[in-house]
Design a protein around this ligand. Structure first.
Ligand SMILES: [Zn+2]
Length: 412
């Protein structure tokens, strides 16, 4: 079936100037033409969708999310406060809300098992395309090592779809990477530093993993065709990650302290996924050490984003949502604008650049002939005001691979 989005303003994600009175022609799951309406033709009998007065943008992509996290409190993080089935239903609700807000692709950075990807692919539940990490690989004491403030190990049930993710030594690291891939990981997530919310004593500049361990992790991941996304805030662990050849730095708050590493990222096209959203959340945390860390890093984080822009380090939008942020994942795009991106750059960070960060730049992220038809029709123009992407009633039509995921056109 041919469908045509007609008359709207097209912001195609490539950075090209907006095209007023545009048409986008979709055949099945793919875009076959896009441009000024007068220059695009389609066969008679096509379904024409009136998009006049609205903006047509690529499906949004969150490059760092935790769709299965529903709170930072220990009982919630460890799955102690409700039955697993109830938590899964809650997660299914988040997937549905997220795609309905125009997020047609999400890279989950830990916590979501491969059964959710199957459920979405089979049409059992609505949701975004999923690129899954399953778990965060770290050494003993790293952020993937779940130990309570009292020193107890996690007491939650073992789940073979979310394999144990603590590894020490190169052989063990390779084994865990292989185990993640066996359990369905599309991307390998690791961490070479602490973070804002990690345990006391493992802060943003405290390292995890040796260079040899990280080289084993990256080598094995790449050999199995998986990119590596690495949680790193700053300090020596950041250097370890970049020397080992990770594909993206997640958070990167203190990168401004290492200009040579930022230059290296620009040279090699290593993505920065700043995840500004989670630090806004953490800066009001109930936990004093989390709040203090989030506030202390803020100025560095903003400097890092500015410097990344100047140097040409590619930036992708990710929220680190989970227990906050859902389904207003587009908050990140506004925060990126506050940090110095133009609205066009921020929108690309959440579409074309995010797709490239995920290794899916040939399929997703822009509205061009040949791409999958992941498209959002917005009432309002995000290039004038990013906040329009936070209002559900303005996200009027969401297509994923040409299929309708949300249609609010007649709601008003
Ligand atoms: Zn995260």
């Amino acid at each position: 079936m041919i469908r045509v989005l007609s008359g709207g303003t097209l912001v195609d994600g490539t950075g090209r100037a907006p095209i007023p009175d545009a048409a986008v022609v979709i055949d099945g799951e793919r875009i076959v033409a896009a441009g000024p309406r007068a220059a695009v033709s389609w066969a008679p009998g096509a379904e024409v969708i009136d998009a006049r007065g609205r903006t047509i943008i690529p499906g949004l992509i969150d490059a760092h999310d935790h769709l299965a996290f529903h709170g930072y409190a220990l009982a919630s993080r460890w799955g102690l406060d409700e039955p697993m089935s109830t938590a899964h239903m809650r997660t299914a609700g988040v997937l549905a809300e997220t795609v309905a807000m125009g997020y047609t692709t999400v890279r989950d950075a830990g916590g979501l098992d491969a059964g959710f990807r199957l459920a979405v692919e089979q049409g059992l539940i609505p949701g975004p395309r999923l690129v899954l990490a399953l778990q965060i690989i770290s050494p003993t004491g790293g952020i993937g090592d779940r130990v309570s403030p009292s020193g107890h190990d996690c007491c939650g049930a073992a789940d073979p779809l979310l394999p144990d993710c603590v590894a020490n030594g190169t052989d063990a690291v390779r084994d865990v990477v292989r185990t993640m891939v066996r359990a369905g990981a599309d991307v390998i997530k690791t961490a070479t530093t602490g973070g804002a919310s990690s345990r006391q004593g493992h802060g943003p500049r405290d390292p995890a993993f040796s260079l040899e361990e990280m080289q084993a992790l990256v080598g094995e991941s790449h050999a199995l065709g998986r990119r590596v996304m690495c949680h790193a805030l700053g300090g020596p662990g950041m250097r370890t990650a970049l020397l080992a050849g990770v594909d993206s730095i997640e958070h990167g708050c203190y990168l401004d302290e290492d200009p040579d590493l930022m230059a290296r990222m620009a040279d090699r096209g290593v993505f920065l996924v700043p995840t500004l959203t989670v630090y806004v959340y953490h800066s009001e945390s109930q936990a004093p050490h989390v709040r203090a860390r989030a506030r202390a890093l803020h100025e560095h984080h903003i400097n890092t984003v500015r410097r990344a822009l100047e140097l040409g380090v590619p930036i992708a939008a990710g929220t680190d949502a989970g227990g906050h942020g859902h389904p207003k994942n587009a908050l990140e795009l506004g925060y990126l604008v506050d940090a110095g991106l133009t609205t066009m750059q921020a929108l690309r960070a959440g579409t074309q650049w995010a797709a490239q960060c995920l290794g899916l730049g040939d399929e997703l992220g822009t509205i061009e002939a040949g791409r999958l038809a992941d498209i959002v029709v917005v009432d309002g123009n995000p290039l004038d005001d990013m906040k329009v992407l936070l209002e559900a009633e303005r996200i009027q039509l969401v297509l994923k691979g040409g299929a309708t995921c949300a249609d609010r056109r007649t709601a008003a």
